[in-house]
Design a protein around this ligand. Structure first.
Ligand SMILES: [Cu+2]
Length: 488
């Protein structure tokens, strides 16, 4: 006990006073036989990565991880009770060096309801630490391991029901630097994918409970990077400048889905596949399994917005697995010229999601205005309807009918709700022009999104009409059948 108190004291002193000295100064020759230096790890929230250890010899590293069960946003207006290592999903990024002795302290916050533990894939030993760290709320445990192998490792909770603890966000990454560290880069980022299962549909507002049945069926409602749909969008995008080298520590918490990690508009110069020691060059998409990781490196040569996706694309565009890397700097016309960001491709992610957020909040308070609906509907229209009906609702002659000043649209509100939910086939006459084409059902959209889109459409480009309410949409949803293959 005494010696532990002493080392903790040393750790504290080192952490507060001598952080610079410990990075640069080589060990004095006389201390060769003395005890290892003790340092306190400073694990970071995603997308930040702790700086390199800067050490050329092993140390004892003390890591504190606090488990917190917190309600946070999973998507705009969608709340979820996450179980976390450190207050956010993914858990804090831990960085140590190969050969280090890691003393891990796991604290289970007294306000929590569940017992938790930790299994680190960087541990050599049964359970990866799980049995030693089983911790009731209001308690803390500790165990020590030697980081024998270098690499990037997932850690996660392994308390029964294990799948549920992981599905609620209990995972993170620990990086064990090799004794010959990777070359320095301009930016290191931490990105971790996870799949989530809610009782409500995708983007259905309010506090959403975990859905065990969907989890067992591997039928994810959300697939996201860094714990929420907006975590790497807009103001939260990763940032770099032209010419910079970037290293991304990519993890996948799962629990179920394999990630096909891809950055639209870039090629990875190097991928340390499965976060192992050897690398491949010139990779487009890399596989990151649940409970696995990869280290990807790239250089950004052309300014603009690059999109991180799980290239299983329904996850990117319909479940949230989409993030952004914004690169500033002078144009590089010889490498790439032309329009860089296609707002239709990005859908409602292209603009800030602020208007959708405001509409969701005001709807929850019962204070939703027609202006809120129009603003939110404009964003949703851009991503959902404009690829066919065009940005100004003008349509395309012979292919897509106009919504701007459409007599057909404005004649019957109920019918227009039904068209969005159930699609439309067969002959149709809009403003005197006949068409016989196919509009797919868009019943995967939540009722309030459909209400907002139609309110926007019915009040834009020369149309004026009453707002469409969520209740009107749900009434049509329950009174009309979906065509085969449509989402519920
Ligand atoms: Cu847990």
């Amino acid at each position: 006990m005494h010696s532990r108190q002493a080392t903790l004291l040393v750790a504290l002193l080192l952490a507060t006073g001598c952080s610079e000295a410990r990075k640069s100064s080589p060990a004095p020759a006389t201390s060769a036989a003395a005890a290892e230096e003790t340092v306190k790890a400073e694990p970071t929230h995603a997308p930040a990565v702790p700086p390199p250890t800067g050490r050329d010899r092993p140390a004892k590293v003390v890591v504190d991880l606090e488990v917190k069960e917190v309600v946070r946003e999973l998507a705009d207006g969608v709340k979820y009770t996450f179980w976390t290592f450190g207050g956010q999903v993914p858990g804090r990024f831990i960085r140590v060096r190969q050969g280090d002795t890691v003393e891990l302290h796991l604290q289970n916050h007294p306000d929590n309801k569940m017992p938790h533990n930790i299994d680190l894939h960087a541990v050599t030993g049964p359970g990866g630490g799980a049995a030693s760290t089983f911790t009731a709320p209001g308690h803390q445990t500790q165990f020590t391991f030697r980081a024998l192998n270098s690499g990037l490792y997932v850690y996660h909770c392994a308390t029964a029901p294990v799948g549920m603890h992981v599905a609620n966000g209990m995972y993170g990454l620990i990086y064990v630097e090799p004794t010959q560290p990777l070359p320095p880069v301009d930016h290191e980022f931490y990105v971790m994918q996870g799949d989530f299962y809610t009782v409500g549909k995708y983007r259905e507002k309010g506090l959403q409970p975990f859905d065990m049945q969907k989890a067992i069926e591997e039928n994810a409602t959300y697939v996201v990077f860094n714990g929420s749909e907006g975590s790497l969008i807009g103001d939260n995008a990763l940032r770099a400048k032209v010419g910079e080298k970037i290293r991304i520590f990519v993890g996948n918490g799962g629990p179920n889905l394999i990630s096909s990690f891809h950055l639209i508009g870039e090629i990875f110069d190097r991928v340390y596949g499965e976060a192992g020691t050897s690398f491949s060059e010139n990779v487009q998409t890399t596989v990151v399994p649940p409970g696995g990781a990869a280290i990807v490196e790239l250089t950004v040569q052309v300014p603009g917005t690059y999109i991180l996706v799980d290239h299983a694309l329904f996850r990117a565009f319909n479940k949230g697995a989409l993030g952004m890397l914004k690169v500033d700097g002078p144009e590089q016309k010889e490498i790439y010229s032309g329009r860089e960001i296609d707002s239709v491709y990005l859908g409602d992610k292209a603009t800030a999601t602020g208007a959708m957020q405001t509409a969701a909040e005001n709807a929850a308070k019962g204070a939703l205005t027609r202006e809120d609906q129009i603003a939110a509907g404009r964003q949703l229209f851009l991503g959902t309807c404009s690829p066919c009906h065009q940005l100004e609702g003008q349509g395309v002659l012979g292919a897509f009918p106009p919504l701007a000043k459409s007599d057909f649209l404005m004649a019957d509100k109920q019918r227009s709700i039904g068209i969005v939910l159930n699609g439309k086939t067969g002959p149709i006459t809009v403003n005197g022009k006949e068409l016989n084409s196919v509009m797919p059902p868009l019943s995967q959209l939540p009722d309030d999104d459909i209400a907002n889109i139609l309110t926007f459409v019915r009040n834009s480009w020369g149309n004026t009409g009453a707002a469409v309410t969520r209740d009107e949409v749900s009434a049509v949803r329950s009174s009309t059948p979906r065509p085969p293959g449509a989402a519920r």
